[in-house]
Design a binder for this molecule. Structure first.
Ligand code: GLA
Length: 663
């Protein structure tokens, strides 16, 4: 990968030196210079991969302690972490003592601390530090620097990366440092409005088990009214020509190629559609919504219904979005004082009883199905869910039967309190609860996608498919920060060999739109470019795409992110490949995946802090000769290119293209 920085080289008067902190702390050598502690600034703006930033404490709230030495002042954070300060060209120097906090134990964690200037010039970089290592002092001259960035890079794994900037201070000649506030980006909509003519966007391949109820909605954009035709539908299936819903069931195993046709006053679209009746379902990643990242413990049946209605009224259903998944808190809580979470947990025969917020599960899934959508539910193999509600331990078969009878099509199964049953320190132990629920679901005459949620334990990607998972979480929970989203997304490299039709890696749900994990919501904290990165990367990764926001409050920008059919096609490609990183140079990365038609989807990413050009070399993509390049977000051909393609990529942004051999 050839990289060209757009910004000029750093001024040569900047220099970096490592000196003992004692030579520096708390003193002034210019009459007017004043020292400011980093921990006294607005540290809520620190982006970090886990937990909350802490003033004068470690990320877990203990006294700051590095290599046995304790500190009363400093910032406790967690990789990957970023804190950007505005020092306005009026700072003299920055100093700190850094290291992994002793709370994680010797040898644990692995981080590199970095201090960056205006143009992301790296002023100083620590060696790789681990738990128990001695503190390392940093003292950096900041003459003329306007923007100071404190970074902690956690590398591929951020486990135990509890990072301390102890005694972190800026000496200012004039004024005060503040938290950088000019990173506001305009939310530019790149996705063109859909054409009024018909375009078929639904998945091109669909797995169903013999005998199981079939539900497939032909997703089509374009003006209504629209009529639908399906030529070559096998016996047992029928199409509603007005809604485009195909229902029924197939008796026998086999493959059927159907021609779908959608027609309106302005034209007609056709699309081949392959139905594979056999053991495997979920042949492409699930597209849908999940209640957790917005409502969390505040979910109710009414909210779920309003989201299902919004999936239709927003038009997202016409882009292929299908699942409406209820996460935790549809069950009775073990000890909540909230009456809407109280009630009998199970009936006399052991059947689970939903909490009073969900009085009619069958009515709820009917409401969802009648709109051409599908319904999902959540449980844990332990006695309690993560939120402390009733879970499936020793009731797996009964619960699977209830899910089937109620009409659910998707189950997220979250390890959580199963830790009380098995420590999860052996592979058979980790696999057992998922095998048990797999067997229970197999007895239900309904196609229920099975989503493992155990945060990547035991390298689940290596065995998730073998024991019947349609997807498996590869990480802990995501949040709406750059460090969380990018930290998770860019760590997926290497998992690509385990993804394929019917079984996909799941780096957790989307954090665009209004999110909040509870009753009060806020707009995602990701910048517009970070959101483009999020959607592009998740599409390249062939991840299940589960929208995490309140769909009734969709703004135009969020809608545009979720309705770009050429981008979604990257995710839904029938080959089921997951992208891998093909080139990396510092913060610049190129990821690519093979598409069924022989083309490649390629993401040019800039994880850095200012606009930079990124090049994808054909040789790194296994290509040669002239290639046609199309910008997928803008849905625009960019021309033919020989040898490589270069694009200017904004801070934390992406350019997503598709590349075909030129004719
Ligand atoms: C865990 C999961 C989340 C969510 C909550 C529900 O944290 O990882 O996605 O399901 O439990 O309690």
């Amino acid at each position: 990968m050839i990289l060209k920085r757009i910004f000029p080289a750093a001024p040569c008067q900047w220099f970096v030196s490592l000196v003992a902190l004692a030579l520096f702390a708390g003193t002034t050598h210019a009459q007017t210079a004043r020292t400011y502690s980093i921990s006294a600034l607005d540290i809520s703006q620190v982006e970090q991969g886990w937990g909350e930033p802490q003033a004068n404490k470690s990320v877990e709230g203990h006294t700051l302690s590095i290599g046995g030495q304790t500190f009363t002042n400093g910032l406790g954070t967690h990789a990957s972490s970023e804190f950007i300060l505005d020092v306005g060209g009026r700072a003299e120097s920055f100093s700190a003592v850094v290291g992994i906090d002793d709370e994680v134990g010797k040898g644990k964690g692995s981080v590199v601390f970095k201090v960056l200037g205006d143009t992301n010039q790296v002023f100083w970089e620590s060696k790789e530090l681990h738990g128990g290592d001695a503190p390392v002092a940093v003292n950096v001259s900041l003459a003329d620097v306007k923007q100071l960035t404190l970074l902690v890079d956690g590398g591929e794994s951020i486990d135990s990366d509890h990072a301390d900037w102890a005694d972190a201070k800026v000496v200012m000649t004039r004024g005060r440092p503040s938290v950088f506030s000019s990173l506001k980006e305009e939310a530019i909509i790149l996705t063109p409005k859909p054409s009024p003519k018909p375009r078929i966007n639904s998945t091109k391949v669909f797995g169903v088990r013999p005998g199981a109820p079939f539900l497939y909605t032909i997703a089509v954009t374009g003006d209504r009214p629209m009529t639908f035709v399906a030529k070559g539908l096998p016996k047992g299936l029928k199409l509603d020509p007005k809604t485009g819903c195909i229902t029924g069931s197939l008796k026998e195993k086999g493959e059927h190629v159907v021609t779908l046709r959608a027609k309106n006053a302005l034209g007609e679209a056709t699309q081949k559609f392959k139905i594979i009746c056999g053991a495997q379902i979920g042949l492409v990643p699930a597209l849908g919504w999940n209640s957790w990242n917005c409502f969390a413990s505040a979910v109710t049946a009414e909210k779920v219904k309003s989201v299902a209605a919004a999936m239709v009224s927003s038009g997202l259903i016409n882009h292929g979005w299908t699942y409406i998944n209820i996460d935790d808190f549809w069950e009775v809580h073990r000890d909540s004082k909230d009456p809407t979470l109280q009630g009998p947990q199970r009936d006399a025969d052991g059947h689970i009883i939903p909490n009073p917020r969900f009085p009619d599960m069958k009515g709820l899934t009917d409401y969802i199905h009648v709109r051409g959508l599908k319904a999902g539910l959540y449980s844990s193999p332990g006695p309690w869910t993560c939120g402390g509600c009733v879970a499936s331990w020793q009731h797996e078969e009964l619960d699977a039967q209830s899910y089937g009878q109620w009409g659910f099509d998707y189950l997220k199964y979250d390890w959580c309190s199963y830790g009380q049953i098995d420590k999860g320190d052996t592979l058979p132990g980790l696999q057992k609860p998922y095998r048990v629920m797999r067997a229970a679901l197999d007895k239900v005459n309904r196609d229920i996608l099975f989503s493992f949620c155990q945060y990547g334990g035991g390298n689940v990607w290596e065995w998730g498919a073998e024991i019947g998972g349609n997807s498996w979480r590869t990480t802990g929970d995501i949040n709406d920060s750059w460090s969380s989203m990018a930290g998770i997304g860019f760590r997926q490299n290497g998992h690509e060999k385990y993804a394929g039709p019917g079984h996909f890696n799941d780096p957790d749900m989307l954090v665009v739109g209004k999110v909040g994990w509870g009753p009060s919501l806020h707009p995602t904290r990701l910048t517009p470019n970070e959101q483009y990165t999020h959607i592009s990367l998740w599409c390249l990764l062939a991840s299940p795409l589960l929208i995490g926001c309140d769909m009734t409050q969709l703004d135009d920008f969020t809608l545009s992110l979720l309705s770009n059919d050429e981008v979604l096609e990257v995710n839904q490609d029938p080959l089921g490949r997951q992208a891998a990183r093909v080139a990396q140079n510092g913060q610049l990365e190129v990821w690519a995946k093979d598409m069924e038609d022989g083309s490649k989807a390629v993401g040019l990413f800039n994880r850095g802090y200012s606009e930079t050009s990124v090049t994808a070399n054909w040789s790194e993509l296994g290509l040669a000769g002239k290639q046609k390049v199309r910008d997928l977000w803008r849905q625009k051909d960019l021309g033919e290119f020989t040898g490589s393609f270069t694009a200017s990529v904004p801070r934390h942004g992406v350019v997503l293209v598709r590349v075909w051999p030129a004719k």
